[in-house]
Structure formats: C-alpha cells, structure tokens
Design a binder for this molecule. Structure first.
Ligand code: XIL
Length: 392
C-alpha cells in the first residue's frame, strides 16, 4: 500500500466539480500564454453521491492493488532529503519529469548527457522502485539546435531514430515503459487532427509509427505508450480530442505499429466536469484494441478554486475520485497510476497555472510539508502497492 494506512476522510463534503463561466475555448496553451486574471464566482453543486453513501462493498470492490508512482525531479532529489524519502516511501515507480527529454539529454547534435537521468535510475534502483521513461518524441522541450539539424524528411528520420535508439538502448531492460510519443493530437482537432510539430512538418503522421518501431527495436522488453491529455472532460473540444485519439490509435494498429498502451495524463481541471460516460467508453475502446491504459500525470489545476486550503483539497480529492472511479471501473485495471509530482512543495503548476491571489497551488497528494491530503486517501483506495515487479 502507499506507506502507513492513512485514515480515510469520514466523508468528502457534499460537492462536485466547480462550474464556471470561464470560456471552454480557453485551451491550456492559451492559458499558459495569456493567463486568466479574473474568474467568475464558483458555485459548489451538491454531489450526486458523496463518499458517505458508498457502502463497504463498493469500497472493497474499488480497492485495487495498482502500482502508484510519481514524476520525479533530479534537482529536487539532489537538494531535498524529505523529497527522496517521500518518493521511496510511497512510490512503486517513478518517471523523470524532465531528465529524459530532448532538452535535457541533447546539449548538442553530437552529444548525449544522461547525468540527471542516471541519477534518478540510481536512486530508483537503490530503493527498489520501477522507472518509466518520458518522453522520446514531443513537440516541446527541444534543444535550439534541432531547427538547424532537422530541415528535411531525411534529416527528421535520421535525428528521430538516432535519438530513440541511443536513449532507449541505454536503458534497455531497466526502464519498463516509455511515453514514446507525447501529445500528438492538436489542441482543437477538426480539419487537422495531428498537432503541428517539427516532426509532423517533415514526416506527417509517419513520425509516430517510426518512433514506436525504433523504440521496439532498441528495447523489445519495454512497454510502449502513446500519451495524451484533455481527453477526460465533457465538451466539444475534448470529445473531438478523444475521437481523434481513437482514430489515430486505430490507424496505428491497422499499420502494425508496435504500441502497447495509452497514457491518460489526467491533468484534471475543476472548471470542466469529467465526462465519466465518454471517458469510460474511451478506456473500453482502448482495452478492446488490446492496449493497456495508464494514468500518467495525475494532478488537479486549482488556480481558479477558492483560496481556503480545506475547500480546495476537498474539491481536488473529489475530482480525483471521480476520475479514478471511471478509469478503474473498466474490466481491466490501469497498469499504474502516476501523479505529476508527489508534493505541493514542487509542482509545475506554480510556473504554468499561477493563482491570481498568489497562494501556492495544491495539486498533488502530499502538501508542501509532505503531509498526506484527502487526495492521497482517494488514490490509496485505487492504487498503491510496493510491488514494483507488477507489469508497467
Ligand atoms: C512539464 C514539466 O513538469 C515542467 O517542469 C516543464 O517545465 C514543462 O513540462 N505534460 C507533459 C509533461 O507531458 O512533460 C509536462 O511536464 C507537463 C504536461
């Protein structure tokens, strides 16, 4: 389990997602770029079913031994003893949040730097924790030299395959699964489902199949995932992303692409309700295609939630509960549940989704003092087992 049992909260207060007047069209990219200063008053609607109404049988049914993990930062690992202790105590597996991205491993076209990644692998090995890799191909976190190096189909193929072969080959047999391609779907699919990137510019959708085949050749033992976000919510834009994602996966399967699973990032956002029916259907479709599902980056954006920590923690815990109830309700359980960080002390949200009132974000299972929050108890009901030999 996730460390010492944490007393489950008596009952999450009566509330569910926040409804808001913030326009749904405000995508993450725009949010990150323009920010949103004002936020309409949130209305807390009573939840359709509070935790209290769930009887013991429901709880027992829901208790599953799914490995729990977290994104890990080599910087925080080096400077904060408590951080490493918390990861070692609660996690079955970790995923480097930055150390295996292109901008961390590729200081120049002819050099690889694995210093930070190797430090994380060493920590994981010493603490008998599994490791997953993130990410081999993404539109972001690219070194500046890539624009001079990739100027044609041929150079795109050369750089992509060389990178993947070197990185996956180095950790062959030690990294159990990879986010091979991260966030390939456009923010607002429609005429163009594929997100524009340097890879799609020169290779079209071929870059995805090429990346998976190269990773498979470099380590036939690793589980290979496609990872995506904003596929959890109700709304036309999110429904379009789900549809585009399923279409892409089907096309890859038809082509014989060696894909093993789909990562549902799970960056929850209480401005948008979770479309439980559509998310369950998506998990079912992925499962029906013989693929695994993993929750890869779970956290909750709280920048528009009320300031009061207890109120925020209750709302974020409820969002996580609804999400995990839906993803874990399927016939086959997720291969793992990972949060994108483990403590509010270190979260990417403090830079990307700042609160207008300047208060620190509270998106993760442990607070800034490493104390478990309501969200921790919810995750514990669905995931958490120090048994890293489980399939990843
Ligand atoms: C984030 C990291 O946590 C930040 O430190 C970095 O500055 C930007 O990227 N989805 C992903 C992750 O797949 O790679 C992103 O990680 C968060 C969103």
């Amino acid at each position: 389990m996730l460390g010492k049992p944490v007393p489950a909260p008596s009952a999450l207060p009566e509330q569910t997602c926040i409804t808001s007047q913030v326009p749904e069209s405000l995508t993450r990219r725009k949010l990150l770029k323009t920010g949103v200063s004002a936020f309409a008053a949130a209305s807390l609607a009573p939840s359709a079913e509070s935790a209290a109404t769930m009887d013991a049988a429901d709880r027992a049914k829901q208790t599953r031994s799914i490995p729990y993990g977290a994104a890990i930062s080599s910087v925080n690992l080096a400077r904060d003893k408590q951080y490493g202790e918390a990861i070692a105590r609660y996690c079955d597996l970790v995923v480097p949040d930055a150390a295996l991205k292109w901008d961390a491993t590729r200081p120049s076209p002819d050099r690889f730097d694995f210093t930070d990644a190797d430090m994380i692998l060493k920590f994981a090995s010493e603490n008998k924790i599994g490791v997953r890799g993130h990410t081999l191909v993404w539109y972001a976190a690219l070194p500046k030299w890539i624009d001079q190096a990739v100027t044609s189909r041929e150079s795109a193929e050369r750089e992509l395959t060389h990178h993947i072969a070197e990185v996956v080959g180095r950790y062959r047999g030690t990294i159990g699964s990879w986010d091979v391609v991260n966030e390939p779907i456009a923010e607002e699919p429609g005429t163009q489902d594929l997100r524009e990137s340097i890879w799609s510019r020169y290779l079209g959708t071929d870059y995805i199949d090429l990346a998976f085949r190269t990773a498979r050749m470099a380590d036939p033992t690793a589980q290979l995932y496609l990872n995506e976000y904003d596929i959890e919510f109700a709304g036309d834009r999110f429904a379009a992303k789900r549809k585009a994602l399923v279409g892409l996966i089907r096309a890859l399967k038809d082509k014989g692409t060696p894909i093993d699973g789909v990562g549902i990032q799970g960056h929850l956002d209480p401005r948008f309700s979770i479309d439980t029916e559509a998310l369950a259907a998506l998990v079912g479709e992925i499962d029906a295609m013989g693929l695994r599902v993993m929750v890869t980056e779970l956290d909750v954006k709280d920048q528009f939630l009320p300031a009061d920590p207890a109120t925020r923690d209750a709302i974020t815990a409820k969002a996580v509960e609804t999400f995990l109830q839906t993803v874990c309700a399927g016939v086959h359980r997720p291969t793992a549940v990972l949060t994108w960080g483990i403590t509010d002390r270190y979260t990417w949200m403090r830079y990307y989704v700042k609160r207008a009132d300047g208060l620190p974000n509270r998106p993760l299972p442990l607070d800034a003092g490493f104390r478990p929050k309501k969200m921790f108890a919810v995750i514990q009901r669905f995931a958490g087992q120090k048994a890293s030999q489980l399939p990843q």
